[in-house]
Design a protein around this ligand. Sequence first.
Ligand code: TGC
Ligand code: FAD
Length: 385
Amino acid sequence: MSIPDLYNIESLFSEDELMVRDSVRLFVQDKILPKVKQWNREAVFPKQLIPEIADLGLLGAYLTGYGCPGISYNAYGFAMQELERGDSGFRSFVSVQNGLCMYPINAFGSDEQKEKWLPPMARGKKIGCFGLTEPDFGSDPSGMITTAKKQGSEYILNGTKMWITNGSIADIAIVFAKTDDGVNGFLVEKGTPGFTAPEIQGKLSLRVSVTSELLFDNCRISAENVLPGAKGLKAALMCLNQARFSIAWGVIGAALACFEEALEYAKTRIQFSKPIASFQLVQAKFAQMWTEIVKAQFLCYRLGQLMDQGKATPAAISMAKRNNVHMALNVARTCRDILGAAGIVDDYHVMRHMDNLESVYTYEGTHDIHTLILGQELTGIGAFG
Ligand code: TGC
Ligand code: FAD
């Protein structure tokens, strides 16, 4: 069941953008929804679907050249919405591959690095991960203690990155470390001596996603694996803008999945001899959620236009990430409530989405970090420290 398009939002998108949305929607219906419960129970990310995700044109989606599709940011966003309808783990996989790996290689890499990595990454033949967070430096990555010491033409990496999506399945890690000249980005290839990526076990959220540590123990990186343009923390923060955009769009899909499931349930669940959908308190919940979902869609639509024009500021992206994840988490919790006890079992999707959204609330800048980013933008006063 899909909810009525009260504001005719569909008419704002081009035929091409709607085609991208529809192809991803079909993929999610056919390939993800029938199996996601099992993957979630077993905590596995189904790598076998990567070639199909690549065939949908989602890897390197908004980049041009190097075999990348070059679609609009809103087409990409719409695709992320549909993917996250399935599970946040799939959207995470794609946002990391695009925003945190292919984007920095394209923006900061040499011609040789782009030629080597972007075409196979667009085809899903090579997978990337992005190492910024450390065990003791999450919200404040400027404090990172991973070092890259120059020795001749090489760099020697030492340190630990933590909570890294795709870490154990990645062929290439984009890693930020401190050199004598400040923070720099490096390409660390799987199998480089001194580099390991053990998977983090026991997650109760984003179970259909690989999350890992990246360990560097005197790991030697050749000069050709330095990302020449990735100088300073700013380079890492620029990548985050890309991934935050895809989250802002994606979580609308998780919210829609919960909303539609709860609406169907409420129409058929009888209590006090009536469908629970007939009670005013329940209708009030749906009215509120529906309004918030539509507001989130408008925020994303405009943000996508600004992204295409190169005019989206970091604060505008923060506002969308902060608002939409908060919205989606509230929707998921409310829908779980509407399902009553049935909402806590995995025969329904709501609780899995709710659990996933707890991670999304934290990663790519916690909700409160985005509050502070907006506070700083408005007042000119940083309240981080
Ligand atoms: P600050 O002094 O504010 O900034 C340093 C320089 O960077 C500029 N800048 C940005 N530029 C582009 N985009 C942004 N979003 C930017 N934010 C800041 C800034 O203008 C400055 O430039 P310049 O020219 O003056 O040098 O830096 P700070 O150290 O005080 O940090 C500010 C803060 C707290 C906002 C930042 O550290 C932050 O965003 N923290 C949150 C950390 C975070 O989001 N980590 C995410 C890790 S990756 C991840 O979670 C992936 S999840 C993957 C999945 O989807 O599965
Ligand atoms: P902390 O920074 O320790 O924050 C803990 C609490 O303190 C939060 O509530 C926070 O809002 C609050 N807080 C912190 N500072 C302030 C302040 N100044 N004022 C008020 N409150 C504050 N990182 C990567 O680099 N790459 C990845 O691929 C990646 N994938 C991830 C996947 C998952 C599933 C998860 C859960 C995380 C991932 N992360 C990744 C890490 C993520 O970016 C961090 O978890 C996040 O930035 C927060 O850092 P932290 O967990 O260390 O929390």
